[in-house]
Write a protein that binds this ligand. Structure first.
Ligand SMILES: Cc1cc2nc3c(=O)[nH]c(=O)nc-3n(C[C@H](O)[C@H](O)[C@H](O)COP(=O)(O)OP(=O)(O)OC[C@H]3O[C@@H](n4cnc5c(N)ncnc54)[C@H](O)[C@@H]3O)c2cc1C
Length: 462
C-alpha cells in the first residue's frame, strides 16, 4: 500500500485514508478519546487514531513515518510509560476486540485491544482460564508482554510464557505473525520488552489453563496484628504448594463511596490467595489460618474462577494512581516493617493505599528461552500503590516509594525490576534492572533492527 501525505492537508489526508476515527485537538471527542484509565497521566497527541482494522494501523504508521511523528499505543491506559505529546499519534486499540476460544487446543485468540474480561468469560464457558492478573479490566496484551503475574502464576506460570503467537505491525508497515518457531527473535523480544516498544500487536494467541473453580478469598485482620500476620505469611510460604498463590497485603481503604461499607475508611492486614488445585486442600490450608487467629472478616470459599476479580477487588473506574514494584529474593521481618511504615507508619496519613507482597516462585521461575522476560527468580514481588489526590500527595508518594526501596536494598532480587508494577519514567528507567546485560543488548539490537527511527518511543527504554 503506497500512500502519500503532505503537510498542509495532513490530518485530512489521514482521516480520508483510514476507516476508523481520527480525532484532533479542538474536537469535542478529543479529551475522552485521549484519556488514560490512570488519571495521573495526560496524553496530548497531535491526533488520536482509533484504527478500525489492521490496514488502518499500516496507514497510520506510514503517515507517522512520513511526518516524523511517533506512535503511542494504548488499550486501557493502565500502564502509561511515556505519554503521547504533540509530536505523536495516540493509537487507541479499542476496535480490536475479538475473542475466539479453541477448547480442543486450549487456546484463546484475541484482538490487540481487549481487556481480560471477555477472554475470561469466554474461556470459563469451557472450564478454561487465561493467566490474567488481579483485575480483569486490564488490557490483555499490555499485561502479558510485560510478564503478567496473577492468581494462577505459581501453578501455571506467567502470562508471557503462555503466549503462542503475536500478530504485529512493525514500524515499516510489515505485518508479521511471530511465534517461537517463525520470527523467533521478534517473538522473543515482544514477550518481555512490554508493549509499545517494538510494534503494534493486533492479535495474540495464548494457552489456557484447565481451571474452573478455585478456593480463594481474603482473611482480614486488625492492622495491629499486621506484623504477626506477615510473619505467619512468610513462614507458611516457605513450603506452600505451587497450587497456592497467596499474598500479604496491608490496605488503608479510603473513605470513598467506591469502597464497600465494612472496609471504607479502615486499615487491615490481609492474607489473600487462590488455591487452584484440590479444593479441599485449599480449604484445609485456610482453616489452619482460621484456627491460628479468627479474622475480622473472612471471604475465602469456593469461587468460580470467572469471579476472580473478587479476590483483590481492584478499583474498576479510572483513578489518579501510582504504582511501584520490585522482585525480592527473600522477605525478612524488615519487609513487613517497611510495608507497615509505608501505609500507616511515619507521619500518617500516607498517600500509599496498599502494599502487597505476593508469593512468587513455582512455575513463575521456570526458565523460558523463547521469551526475553528475565526477572523471574525472585521469591516474592512487592507492590506499592498510592492515590494521587493532590500535587503534595504525588511528591510524598515518590518519597515513600523511594525510601521503601532504599530500606529494602538488601532484599532486592538480582533483577528487581518488574515492569508491570511501575509506570511512567520509572518503568522506562527500570528496564535497566529488569533484564540481564546480554538480554538488554540483544533487545537493543532488535529495536535498532525493527524500529531504527524510534517511531515507538513511548514504551520502555531499550
Ligand atoms: C488495577 C490494576 C491491577 C493490576 N494487576 C496486575 C497484576 O495482577 N499482575 C500484573 O502483572 N500486572 C498488573 N497490573 C499492571 C498491568 O499489567 C500493566 O499496567 C499493563 O501495562 C497494563 O496494560 P494495559 O494494556 O491495560 O495498559 P496500557 O497503558 O494501554 O498499555 C500498557 C503498555 O502496553 C502497550 N500496549 C497496549 N496495548 C498494546 C498493543 N495492542 N500493541 C502494542 N503495545 C500495546 C502500551 O503502549 C503501553 O506501553 C495491574 C494494573 C492495574 C491498574
Amino acid at each position: 500500500m503506497t500512500i502519500s501525505f503532505s503537510r498542509p492537508s495532513r490530518i485530512d489526508a489521514l482521516t480520508t485514508a483510514v476507516r476508523g476515527s481520527v480525532i484532533t485537538p479542538g474536537d469535542t471527542r478529543y479529551e475522552t478519546a485521549a484519556a488514560a484509565w490512570n488519571l495521573a497521566w495526560t496524553h496530548r497527541p497531535a491526533a488520536v487514531v482509533v484504527p478500525a482494522d489492521e490496514d488502518d494501523v499500516v496507514v497510520t504508521l506510514a503517515y507517522a513515518r512520513q511526518l516524523g511523528l511517533s506512535v503511542a499505543v494504548q488499550t486501557t491506559g493502565h500502564g502509561v510509560v511515556v505519554p503521547a505529546d504533540e509530536q505523536s499519534i495516540l493509537m487507541v486499540m479499542s476496535a480490536f476486540d475479538g475473542v475466539r476460544i479453541d477448547p480442543a487446543a486450549r487456546t484463546a485468540t484475541m484482538g490487540g485491544g481487549v481487556t481480560w474480561r471477555p477472554v475470561l468469560a469466554a474461556a470459563q464457558e469451557h472450564g478454561l482460564a487465561p493467566l490474567l492478573g488481579s483485575a480483569p479490566h486490564v488490557g490483555a496484551v499490555g499485561y502479558t508482554v510485560g510478564g503478567g503475574t496473577g492468581w494462577l502464576a505459581r501453578h501455571y506460570g506467567l502470562a508471557v510464557d503462555s503466549v503462542r503467537s503475536l500478530r504485529v505491525v512493525l514500524a515499516d508497515g510489515r505485518v508479521v505473525v511471530a511465534t517461537a518457531e517463525s520470527s523467533p527473535e521478534l517473538f522473543w523480544g515482544l514477550c518481555g520488552a512490554g508493549g509499545g516498544t517494538l510494534g503494534v500487536i493486533v492479535e495474540m494467541t495464548v494457552a489456557l489453563a484447565p481451571v474452573d473453580e478455585v478456593y480463594a478469598g481474603n482473611l482480614f485482620y486488625p492492622v495491629d496484628a499486621a506484623l504477626d500476620v506477615f510473619d505467619r505469611f512468610r513462614t507458611r510460604t516457605a513450603d506452600a504448594p505451587t497450587e497456592l498463590t497467596s499474598a500479604f497485603n496491608i490496605t488503608a481503604f479510603p473513605p470513598l463511596d467506591i469502597v464497600p461499607e465494612p472496609l471504607r475508611g479502615q486499615t487491615f492486614a490481609i492474607f489473600r490467595g487462590c488455591h487452584s488445585g484440590d479444593l479441599a486442600e485449599g480449604k484445609a490450608m485456610v482453616d489452619e489460618w482460621r484456627r491460628w487467629r479468627s479474622p475480622l472478616l473472612d471471604t475465602f470459599g469456593v469461587l468460580p474462577f470467572a469471579r476472580c476479580a473478587e479476590i483483590s477487588q481492584d478499583p474498576v473506574d479510572p483513578l489518579p494512581a501510582a504504582t511501584s514494584g520490585r522482585w525480592l529474593h527473600e522477605a525478612g521481618t524488615n519487609v513487613g516493617e517497611a510495608m507497615i511504615d509505608a501505609v500507616v507508619g511515619d507521619q500518617p496519613p500516607s498517600p500509599v493505599l496498599f502494599a502487597e507482597l505476593r508469593h512468587a516462585g513455582g512455575a513463575i521461575s521456570t526458565p523460558n528461552p523463547h521469551v526475553s522476560f528475565d526477572a523471574r527468580t525472585g521469591a516474592y514481588v512487592l507492590e506499592l500503590v498510592g492515590l494521587i489526590m493532590s500535587p503534595e500527595a504525588d511528591v510524598e508518594l515518590e518519597q515513600r516509594f523511594g525510601h521503601t526501596w532504599e530500606r529494602l536494598a538488601e532484599n532486592l532480587a538480582t533483577l528487581p525490576g518488574y515492569l508491570n508494577f511501575t509506570e511512567g519514567q520509572e518503568r522506562h528507567a527500570l528496564a535497566r534492572h529488569a533484564f540481564a546485560a546480554g538480554t538488554r543488548d540483544r533487545l537493543a539490537r532488535l529495536k535498532q533492527d525493527v524500529d531504527p527511527s524510534g517511531i515507538f518511543r513511548h514504551g520502555i527504554g531499550l
